[in-house]
Design a protein. Structure first.
Length: 335
Protein backbone atom coordinates (compact mmCIF):
# COMPACT_ATOMS: atom_id res chain seq x y z
CA UNK A 1 0.00 0.00 0.00
CA UNK A 2 2.90 2.38 0.79
CA UNK A 3 4.39 1.85 -2.68
CA UNK A 4 1.01 2.55 -4.28
CA UNK A 5 0.60 5.77 -2.29
CA UNK A 6 4.11 7.00 -3.12
CA UNK A 7 3.64 6.17 -6.81
CA UNK A 8 0.23 7.85 -6.94
CA UNK A 9 1.50 11.00 -5.24
CA UNK A 10 4.53 11.07 -7.55
CA UNK A 11 2.21 10.87 -10.57
CA UNK A 12 -0.05 13.66 -9.33
CA UNK A 13 2.83 15.84 -8.16
CA UNK A 14 5.26 15.44 -11.07
CA UNK A 15 3.10 14.63 -14.10
CA UNK A 16 0.59 17.36 -13.34
CA UNK A 17 3.43 19.79 -12.67
CA UNK A 18 4.84 19.10 -16.11
CA UNK A 19 1.42 19.41 -17.74
CA UNK A 20 1.50 23.21 -17.45
CA UNK A 21 4.45 23.45 -19.82
CA UNK A 22 2.83 20.88 -22.11
CA UNK A 23 -0.32 23.02 -22.25
CA UNK A 24 1.76 26.03 -23.24
CA UNK A 25 3.38 24.07 -26.06
CA UNK A 26 -0.03 23.06 -27.39
CA UNK A 27 -1.91 26.38 -27.13
CA UNK A 28 0.86 28.19 -29.00
CA UNK A 29 -0.37 26.28 -32.06
CA UNK A 30 -3.93 25.03 -31.39
CA UNK A 31 -6.77 27.27 -30.05
CA UNK A 32 -7.23 26.68 -26.29
CA UNK A 33 -10.78 25.27 -26.05
CA UNK A 34 -10.18 22.97 -29.02
CA UNK A 35 -6.89 21.81 -27.51
CA UNK A 36 -8.58 21.06 -24.18
CA UNK A 37 -11.41 19.15 -25.88
CA UNK A 38 -8.97 17.01 -27.89
CA UNK A 39 -7.02 16.18 -24.76
CA UNK A 40 -10.06 15.22 -22.70
CA UNK A 41 -11.85 13.21 -25.38
CA UNK A 42 -8.76 11.16 -26.28
CA UNK A 43 -7.86 10.62 -22.62
CA UNK A 44 -11.41 9.67 -21.65
CA UNK A 45 -11.79 7.15 -24.46
CA UNK A 46 -8.49 5.49 -23.53
CA UNK A 47 -9.51 5.23 -19.86
CA UNK A 48 -12.94 3.80 -20.74
CA UNK A 49 -11.28 1.26 -23.03
CA UNK A 50 -8.88 0.25 -20.27
CA UNK A 51 -11.80 -0.18 -17.85
CA UNK A 52 -13.40 -2.64 -20.29
CA UNK A 53 -10.16 -4.57 -20.79
CA UNK A 54 -9.38 -4.93 -17.09
CA UNK A 55 -11.25 -7.87 -15.62
CA UNK A 56 -13.52 -7.32 -12.67
CA UNK A 57 -14.77 -3.90 -13.73
CA UNK A 58 -18.49 -3.59 -13.04
CA UNK A 59 -20.64 -1.53 -15.39
CA UNK A 60 -21.71 1.69 -13.66
CA UNK A 61 -25.33 2.49 -12.84
CA UNK A 62 -27.25 5.39 -14.37
CA UNK A 63 -26.76 7.47 -11.23
CA UNK A 64 -23.03 6.81 -11.22
CA UNK A 65 -22.78 7.79 -14.88
CA UNK A 66 -24.77 10.98 -14.30
CA UNK A 67 -22.67 11.91 -11.27
CA UNK A 68 -19.47 11.33 -13.25
CA UNK A 69 -20.69 13.41 -16.19
CA UNK A 70 -21.85 16.36 -14.06
CA UNK A 71 -18.75 16.40 -11.85
CA UNK A 72 -16.52 16.12 -14.92
CA UNK A 73 -18.19 19.07 -16.61
CA UNK A 74 -17.82 21.15 -13.45
CA UNK A 75 -14.19 20.24 -12.78
CA UNK A 76 -12.78 20.09 -16.29
CA UNK A 77 -15.03 22.10 -18.61
CA UNK A 78 -15.58 24.97 -16.14
CA UNK A 79 -12.48 24.40 -14.02
CA UNK A 80 -9.24 23.11 -15.46
CA UNK A 81 -10.03 24.07 -19.08
CA UNK A 82 -9.50 27.71 -18.06
CA UNK A 83 -5.81 26.84 -17.74
CA UNK A 84 -5.61 26.33 -21.52
CA UNK A 85 -7.02 29.79 -22.19
CA UNK A 86 -4.98 31.46 -19.45
CA UNK A 87 -1.67 30.13 -20.72
CA UNK A 88 -2.17 32.09 -23.92
CA UNK A 89 -1.68 35.20 -21.78
CA UNK A 90 0.36 34.00 -18.77
CA UNK A 91 3.51 31.96 -18.21
CA UNK A 92 3.03 28.29 -17.40
CA UNK A 93 4.55 28.46 -13.92
CA UNK A 94 2.42 31.48 -12.93
CA UNK A 95 -0.76 29.62 -13.86
CA UNK A 96 0.45 26.70 -11.73
CA UNK A 97 1.00 29.08 -8.80
CA UNK A 98 -2.52 30.49 -9.08
CA UNK A 99 -4.02 26.98 -9.25
CA UNK A 100 -2.21 26.13 -6.00
CA UNK A 101 -4.91 28.00 -4.05
CA UNK A 102 -6.90 24.77 -4.53
CA UNK A 103 -5.33 23.28 -1.42
CA UNK A 104 -6.58 26.03 0.90
CA UNK A 105 -10.13 26.00 -0.49
CA UNK A 106 -10.31 22.20 -0.25
CA UNK A 107 -9.13 22.12 3.35
CA UNK A 108 -11.59 24.83 4.37
CA UNK A 109 -14.36 22.99 2.55
CA UNK A 110 -13.61 19.76 4.41
CA UNK A 111 -13.73 21.63 7.70
CA UNK A 112 -16.64 24.02 7.18
CA UNK A 113 -18.88 22.24 4.62
CA UNK A 114 -18.37 18.47 4.72
CA UNK A 115 -17.16 18.57 8.35
CA UNK A 116 -14.94 15.55 7.69
CA UNK A 117 -11.93 17.40 9.05
CA UNK A 118 -11.18 19.72 11.95
CA UNK A 119 -9.88 23.25 11.60
CA UNK A 120 -6.47 22.84 13.24
CA UNK A 121 -3.83 25.52 13.55
CA UNK A 122 -1.02 23.08 12.75
CA UNK A 123 -2.55 22.56 9.28
CA UNK A 124 -4.00 26.00 8.65
CA UNK A 125 -0.77 27.83 9.49
CA UNK A 126 1.33 25.91 6.91
CA UNK A 127 -1.41 26.45 4.32
CA UNK A 128 -1.34 30.19 4.98
CA UNK A 129 2.45 30.08 4.85
CA UNK A 130 2.23 28.50 1.41
CA UNK A 131 -0.17 31.19 0.28
CA UNK A 132 2.19 33.83 1.67
CA UNK A 133 4.95 32.50 -0.55
CA UNK A 134 2.94 33.17 -3.69
CA UNK A 135 3.63 36.92 -3.93
CA UNK A 136 7.34 36.09 -4.01
CA UNK A 137 6.70 33.68 -6.87
CA UNK A 138 4.51 36.02 -8.85
CA UNK A 139 6.85 39.00 -8.44
CA UNK A 140 6.32 41.97 -10.71
CA UNK A 141 4.38 40.02 -13.32
CA UNK A 142 1.65 42.50 -14.04
CA UNK A 143 2.39 45.91 -15.52
CA UNK A 144 0.20 48.73 -16.76
CA UNK A 145 -1.72 47.89 -19.89
CA UNK A 146 -1.84 44.14 -19.19
CA UNK A 147 -5.52 44.05 -18.28
CA UNK A 148 -6.07 40.81 -20.19
CA UNK A 149 -3.37 39.12 -18.12
CA UNK A 150 -5.08 40.29 -14.93
CA UNK A 151 -8.41 38.91 -16.18
CA UNK A 152 -6.73 35.60 -17.00
CA UNK A 153 -5.23 35.44 -13.50
CA UNK A 154 -8.64 36.08 -11.95
CA UNK A 155 -10.20 33.39 -14.13
CA UNK A 156 -7.60 30.86 -12.97
CA UNK A 157 -8.36 31.67 -9.32
CA UNK A 158 -12.06 31.06 -9.96
CA UNK A 159 -11.16 27.80 -11.72
CA UNK A 160 -9.17 26.73 -8.64
CA UNK A 161 -12.23 27.32 -6.46
CA UNK A 162 -14.43 25.33 -8.87
CA UNK A 163 -11.92 22.46 -8.87
CA UNK A 164 -11.90 22.43 -5.06
CA UNK A 165 -15.70 22.29 -4.95
CA UNK A 166 -15.64 19.42 -7.43
CA UNK A 167 -13.03 17.55 -5.40
CA UNK A 168 -15.19 17.82 -2.28
CA UNK A 169 -18.26 16.72 -4.21
CA UNK A 170 -16.48 13.57 -5.37
CA UNK A 171 -16.14 12.56 -1.72
CA UNK A 172 -19.91 12.75 -1.16
CA UNK A 173 -21.53 11.36 -4.34
CA UNK A 174 -21.87 7.84 -5.69
CA UNK A 175 -19.33 7.12 -8.42
CA UNK A 176 -18.33 3.99 -10.39
CA UNK A 177 -16.24 1.54 -8.40
CA UNK A 178 -13.51 1.75 -11.03
CA UNK A 179 -11.42 4.98 -11.01
CA UNK A 180 -10.82 4.36 -14.73
CA UNK A 181 -14.54 4.51 -15.45
CA UNK A 182 -14.97 7.63 -13.33
CA UNK A 183 -12.13 9.54 -14.94
CA UNK A 184 -13.09 8.29 -18.42
CA UNK A 185 -16.69 9.46 -18.12
CA UNK A 186 -15.62 12.80 -16.64
CA UNK A 187 -13.09 13.52 -19.36
CA UNK A 188 -15.20 12.46 -22.36
CA UNK A 189 -18.23 14.43 -21.18
CA UNK A 190 -16.23 17.59 -20.47
CA UNK A 191 -14.29 17.20 -23.72
CA UNK A 192 -17.52 16.92 -25.71
CA UNK A 193 -18.88 20.10 -24.13
CA UNK A 194 -15.62 21.95 -24.76
CA UNK A 195 -15.73 20.87 -28.40
CA UNK A 196 -19.18 22.46 -28.68
CA UNK A 197 -17.87 25.61 -26.96
CA UNK A 198 -14.93 25.70 -29.38
CA UNK A 199 -17.31 25.59 -32.33
CA UNK A 200 -19.47 28.32 -30.79
CA UNK A 201 -16.36 30.51 -30.42
CA UNK A 202 -15.44 29.81 -34.08
CA UNK A 203 -11.98 28.60 -33.09
CA UNK A 204 -11.91 26.59 -36.31
CA UNK A 205 -11.35 29.83 -38.20
CA UNK A 206 -8.04 30.26 -36.37
CA UNK A 207 -6.66 26.80 -36.99
CA UNK A 208 -3.08 26.64 -38.32
CA UNK A 209 -2.05 24.56 -41.31
CA UNK A 210 -2.02 20.76 -41.13
CA UNK A 211 1.78 20.83 -41.06
CA UNK A 212 1.82 23.12 -38.03
CA UNK A 213 -0.85 21.14 -36.15
CA UNK A 214 1.11 17.91 -36.56
CA UNK A 215 4.52 19.43 -35.94
CA UNK A 216 6.83 18.26 -33.17
CA UNK A 217 5.80 20.83 -30.53
CA UNK A 218 2.00 20.28 -30.37
CA UNK A 219 2.31 16.52 -30.85
CA UNK A 220 4.78 16.20 -27.99
CA UNK A 221 2.67 18.40 -25.71
CA UNK A 222 -0.62 16.61 -26.52
CA UNK A 223 0.93 13.16 -26.10
CA UNK A 224 2.21 14.13 -22.67
CA UNK A 225 -1.14 15.62 -21.66
CA UNK A 226 -3.14 12.59 -22.82
CA UNK A 227 -0.94 9.75 -21.57
CA UNK A 228 0.93 11.29 -18.64
CA UNK A 229 -1.31 14.05 -17.36
CA UNK A 230 -4.69 12.39 -17.93
CA UNK A 231 -4.44 8.60 -18.24
CA UNK A 232 -1.86 8.19 -15.47
CA UNK A 233 -2.37 11.41 -13.52
CA UNK A 234 -6.17 11.43 -13.18
CA UNK A 235 -6.29 7.70 -12.43
CA UNK A 236 -3.81 8.27 -9.59
CA UNK A 237 -5.84 11.28 -8.43
CA UNK A 238 -9.07 9.27 -8.13
CA UNK A 239 -7.26 6.41 -6.38
CA UNK A 240 -5.82 8.84 -3.83
CA UNK A 241 -9.23 10.40 -3.17
CA UNK A 242 -10.52 7.00 -2.08
CA UNK A 243 -7.58 6.42 0.29
CA UNK A 244 -6.43 9.86 1.50
CA UNK A 245 -8.03 13.07 2.83
CA UNK A 246 -9.03 15.40 -0.03
CA UNK A 247 -7.07 18.29 1.48
CA UNK A 248 -3.92 16.15 1.54
CA UNK A 249 -4.38 15.08 -2.07
CA UNK A 250 -4.85 18.71 -3.09
CA UNK A 251 -1.39 19.62 -1.71
CA UNK A 252 -0.23 18.54 -5.16
CA UNK A 253 -1.26 22.05 -6.17
CA UNK A 254 1.67 23.32 -4.07
CA UNK A 255 4.25 21.02 -5.65
CA UNK A 256 3.02 21.57 -9.21
CA UNK A 257 4.28 25.20 -9.35
CA UNK A 258 7.76 24.06 -8.31
CA UNK A 259 7.86 21.48 -11.09
CA UNK A 260 6.34 23.96 -13.56
CA UNK A 261 8.97 26.58 -12.66
CA UNK A 262 11.86 24.15 -13.06
CA UNK A 263 10.64 23.00 -16.46
CA UNK A 264 9.68 26.47 -17.63
CA UNK A 265 13.02 27.96 -16.68
CA UNK A 266 15.11 25.03 -17.83
CA UNK A 267 13.41 24.22 -21.12
CA UNK A 268 11.75 27.39 -22.45
CA UNK A 269 13.75 29.98 -20.46
CA UNK A 270 10.90 31.57 -18.53
CA UNK A 271 12.23 34.25 -16.19
CA UNK A 272 12.57 33.60 -12.47
CA UNK A 273 14.14 35.96 -9.92
CA UNK A 274 15.85 35.04 -6.62
CA UNK A 275 12.75 36.39 -4.81
CA UNK A 276 10.62 33.89 -6.70
CA UNK A 277 12.96 31.07 -5.71
CA UNK A 278 12.40 32.05 -2.06
CA UNK A 279 8.66 31.79 -2.66
CA UNK A 280 9.07 28.35 -4.20
CA UNK A 281 11.06 27.16 -1.17
CA UNK A 282 8.36 28.54 1.17
CA UNK A 283 5.62 26.69 -0.68
CA UNK A 284 7.57 23.43 -0.69
CA UNK A 285 8.15 23.73 3.07
CA UNK A 286 4.42 24.26 3.60
CA UNK A 287 3.68 21.02 1.72
CA UNK A 288 5.93 19.06 4.06
CA UNK A 289 4.30 20.61 7.14
CA UNK A 290 0.76 20.04 5.84
CA UNK A 291 1.62 16.44 5.00
CA UNK A 292 3.00 15.80 8.47
CA UNK A 293 0.12 17.53 10.27
CA UNK A 294 -2.45 15.57 8.26
CA UNK A 295 -0.75 12.20 8.68
CA UNK A 296 -0.26 12.43 12.47
CA UNK A 297 -3.97 12.13 13.47
CA UNK A 298 -4.57 9.41 10.90
CA UNK A 299 -1.60 7.32 11.98
CA UNK A 300 -2.36 7.82 15.68
CA UNK A 301 -5.96 6.68 15.27
CA UNK A 302 -4.81 3.75 13.14
CA UNK A 303 -2.40 2.53 15.84
CA UNK A 304 -5.07 2.95 18.52
CA UNK A 305 -7.64 0.95 16.55
CA UNK A 306 -5.12 -1.77 15.80
CA UNK A 307 -4.26 -2.00 19.50
CA UNK A 308 -7.95 -2.26 20.42
CA UNK A 309 -8.52 -4.92 17.78
CA UNK A 310 -5.54 -7.05 18.69
CA UNK A 311 -6.48 -6.90 22.38
CA UNK A 312 -9.29 -9.33 21.51
CA UNK A 313 -6.95 -11.83 19.84
CA UNK A 314 -7.08 -14.30 22.78
CA UNK A 315 -10.83 -14.63 22.25
CA UNK A 316 -10.52 -15.50 18.54
CA UNK A 317 -10.22 -19.00 17.22
CA UNK A 318 -7.38 -20.19 15.03
CA UNK A 319 -9.42 -19.66 11.87
CA UNK A 320 -10.77 -16.25 12.85
CA UNK A 321 -9.31 -13.15 11.23
CA UNK A 322 -9.47 -9.46 11.89
CA UNK A 323 -11.12 -7.18 9.31
CA UNK A 324 -8.85 -5.88 6.59
CA UNK A 325 -10.06 -2.28 6.87
CA UNK A 326 -9.85 -0.19 9.99
CA UNK A 327 -12.15 2.58 8.83
CA UNK A 328 -15.51 2.33 7.14
CA UNK A 329 -15.39 2.35 3.32
CA UNK A 330 -17.28 5.62 3.10
CA UNK A 331 -15.15 7.58 5.54
CA UNK A 332 -12.48 10.09 4.63
CA UNK A 333 -9.73 7.87 5.97
CA UNK A 334 -10.91 4.57 4.47
CA UNK A 335 -8.03 2.24 3.73
Amino acid sequence: MLIKRVSAYAAVYLLWGGSYLAVRLVVQVIPPMLAASIRYILSGLILLLLSLVIRGSILPSRRQILNSVLSGIAMFAFGYAVVFWAEVHLTSWLVAVLISTTSLWTYLGECLVLRTNCLRARVLIPLIMGMAGMPFLVGATFHRGQMLSAIAAGAVLVAAFVWSAGTLTLKAIELPSSPLQTAGLQLTSSGSLLLAISRALHEGAHLPSIGQMFSYQPLLGMTYLVLGGSVVGFTAFHWLLSHEPASLVSTAAYVNPIVAMMLGIGLVHERCSPMQIVGAATILASVILVWRAQRIPTESKSRKDIANATSFRPYLGEDDTLPDTIYSPGSTYSQ
